[in-house]
Design a protein around this ligand. Structure first.
Ligand SMILES: [Zn+2]
Length: 75
């Protein structure tokens, strides 16, 4: 009946899930999107190469935890 209203609550979840990570160069929290790029596996963890909006560089981030690959290496 109502042709003008689109169905609410319908989102394309497969398009990419946004997540936050901490940029090691600027210390800022940066939002990135898991757009389905092929992740890099390392010891059961999947890292995504994301372009950082804060420092314009690339970081390897685990979209599930927001942790950087370099974080797990040190300490
Ligand atoms: Zn950065």
């Amino acid at each position: 009946m109502d042709q003008s209203d689109p169905v609410p609550g319908l989102f394309h979840l497969s398009m990419g899930a946004p997540f936050l990570f901490l940029c090691p160069n600027t210390g800022l929290r940066v939002q990135a999107t898991d757009n389905g790029d092929e992740p890099v596996s390392q010891k059961g963890t999947r890292y995504l190469a994301v372009e950082c909006l804060a420092c314009r560089g690339f970081h390897f981030v685990d979209p599930a935890t927001g942790k950087l690959m370099s974080d797990s290496n040190k300490k």
